[in-house]
Design a binder for this molecule. Structure first.
Ligand code: 6GU
Length: 293
């Protein structure tokens, strides 16, 4: 997968040299290109922002550097050559087979990236969206700072490539850089060959179908007793069925505590009697039952 990132703070992306993603880059699974937006400014101060039309607080990123950046990374399709007026219109087949060259080649052959713009006013970034992005050959991230990028940049980009405005959640970051690091880590670890063990992806909370959207419960490793705290006996029992049941109980309890909204998504047909008992105990009656039951 190719990833381009445009930012005024390229230093943030040094983190992409580390750990799993660093290895994925070194082995060629990930081809990351970080671009400094100020390289497409032309004034002495390398200005990227200006005051908002209509007034209001803060600054808005100017459209010109963004336009030049996107043109450089995704060369625009040139207008189709105009045939001389006397010439008959070529047949569609002849027109379709006409070779394209130069800057138009990328766009004409369908090789444009998906442009992803991190913004608190975007659609929610989820595991499902990470999985969709994992299957794309080329992603381009545009990191805004200040109050955001002049909206005409997004409008024009949409005429040339698919564009998604994406948010990490209901809070405000100072800029898109950290959000892009988060998204690239979530996407990158799904690429075949990036994680050592394919099962680690299948078992994730939120992976499609995995544990029907329950959070994962607690985990333990050696030693068996630490600061007088023993590991739960069941995990040392060797009873795989009982261990799986205990883990599911713990997952249901943790989900009830931290994400009651997720419990509403559980399909009643996927709940057995034990699930219902654990849910009831956690204060979540299911399927027509109520607290009086
Ligand atoms: Cl994607 N960007 C910014 N600047 N703030 C955010 C965000 C993104 N998601 C949540 N807050």
């Amino acid at each position: 997968m190719r990833i381009d990132i445009v930012t005024i703070f390229p230093e943030y992306f040094a983190a992409l040299d580390i750990s799993l993603l660093g290895k994925a880059r070194r082995t060629g699974l990930l081809d990351v290109h970080v671009h400094d937006l100020r390289g497409w400014t032309h004034d002495r101060h390398r200005t990227v922002d200006d005051t908002p039309y209509g007034g209001g607080p803060g600054m808005v990123m100017k459209p010109e550097p963004w336009g030049e950046a996107l043109d450089a990374i995704v060369p625009p399709t040139p207008p189709p050559p105009t045939p001389p007026v006397s010439e008959p219109t070529p047949l569609p087949s002849a027109s379709a087979s006409r070779p394209v060259s130069g800057a138009g080649q990328a766009a004409a052959s369908g090789t444009v990236p998906r442009l992803i713009i991190p913004t608190p006013s975007g659609r929610p970034f989820t595991q499902a969206l990470a999985a969709q992005y994992e299957s794309e050959p080329w992603l381009l991230f545009a990191c805004g700072r200040y109050e955001g990028i002049d909206s005409r940049v997004v409008d024009e980009a949409r005429t040339r490539m698919p564009v998604d405005e994406v948010s990490l959640g209901d809070f405000v970051l100072a800029g898109g850089e950290v959000a892009v690091l988060v998204m690239i880590e979530a996407i990158g670890r799904l690429l075949p060959g990036v994680l050592g063990n394919a099962d680690s992806v299948a078992d994730d909370s939120f992976a499609p179908g995995a544990m029907e959207s329950l959070l994962e419960g607690p985990v333990y490793t050696k030693p068996p007793v630490w600061r007088e705290r023993p590991v739960p006996d069941i995990l040392l029992s060797g009873h795989h069925g009982a261990i799986a049941r205990w883990r599911r109980d713990e997952a249901i309890r943790r989900t009830a505590r931290h994400r009651p909204d997720l419990l509403a998504r559980l399909a009643p047909k996927d709940l057995d009697e034990r699930d219902r008992a654990v849910l009831r105990e956690a204060g979540f009656p299911v399927d027509g039952e109520d607290m009086a039951d």
